[in-house]
Write a protein that binds this ligand. Structure first.
Ligand code: ADP
Ligand code: MG
Ligand code: MG
Length: 213
């Protein structure tokens, strides 16, 4: 696999839905420690709605697919994560007008555009103990592995991105939250993994599994 089609991206979203549903309790428990214990339930509900939307319709191109995904997440997830992940997918799509496939360079640009949407919408930056702390090292690792003279194939590069996301998730533990609900805890937010960083790592795991076939 050297480029992702709408059907590959749909497979990624379906795999994400399955993984999020498998981890619903774990994500709720992470959120119980520094939030309101609903992040797993929010993500499970949102991605189940995405799968229902994918089942109902064919999509002409990647922006059309991603618009549907983003709008479904915004409308079906009550929490902060709905608009944030929703904006991610909307921006991912609008950054690639008319695209029917994404090679590694396109995917990097699209994911970076999506993450730019999260930053803008959440007014957050790296180091504030949010999902951005998983996205940033994932994208850096993916970029590292997919560019340059000895670039890896797409599957290996996405695997590297997934490992970056896992490292970023773990690295949220010592951080103090300064955005979202967890920021209300001040110093007491230190010592816990951020739930949104954990769900981002699952989205990367799903992407790696999808691209690996
Ligand atoms: P809520 O906090 O409304 O219950 P969720 O529990 O579903 O929503 O999502 C919480 C996650 O959202 C956090 O763990 C964090 O990763 C992410 N988050 C919250 N606020 C922001 C923000 N301003 N920018 C980026 N991510 C954020
Ligand atoms: Mg919550
Ligand atoms: Mg909530």
């Amino acid at each position: 696999l050297t480029a992702l089609t709408p059907s590959d991206l749909a497979a990624w979203l379906r795999r994400s839905s399955t993984l999020l549903a498998e981890h619903v309790s774990a994500l709720n428990e992470l959120d119980a420690a520094i939030g309101d214990a609903d992040h797993g339930s929010n993500m499970k509900r949102g991605f189940a709605a995405v799968v229902t939307a994918l089942d109902a319709e064919e999509f002409a191109d990647i922006p059309a697919l991603m618009k549907k995904v983003g709008m479904t997440l915004v409308s079906s997830v009550g929490g902060a994560s709905g608009p944030l992940y929703g904006t991610f997918f909307l921006r991912l799509g609008t950054s690639q007008p008319g695209a029917t496939q994404l090679d590694a360079a396109d995917l990097l640009a699209a994911l970076r555009a999506g993450v730019g949407g999260i930053e803008q919408r959440g007014k957050a930056t790296v180091g504030e103990k949010t999902m951005l702390d998983a996205w940033a090292p994932a994208l850096d690792a993916f970029e590292q592995a997919s560019t340059g003279e000895d670039a890896s194939d797409l599957a290996a590069a996405v695997r590297a991105g997934a490992e970056g996301a896992e490292q970023g998730r773990e690295a949220t533990t010592p951080l103090q939250a300064s955005k979202g609900r967890a920021s209300y805890l001040g110093e007491r937010s230190i010592g816990h993994v951020d739930p949104g960083a954990a769900s981002t790592a699952l989205l990367w795991q799903a992407l790696a599994e999808t691209v690996a076939g």
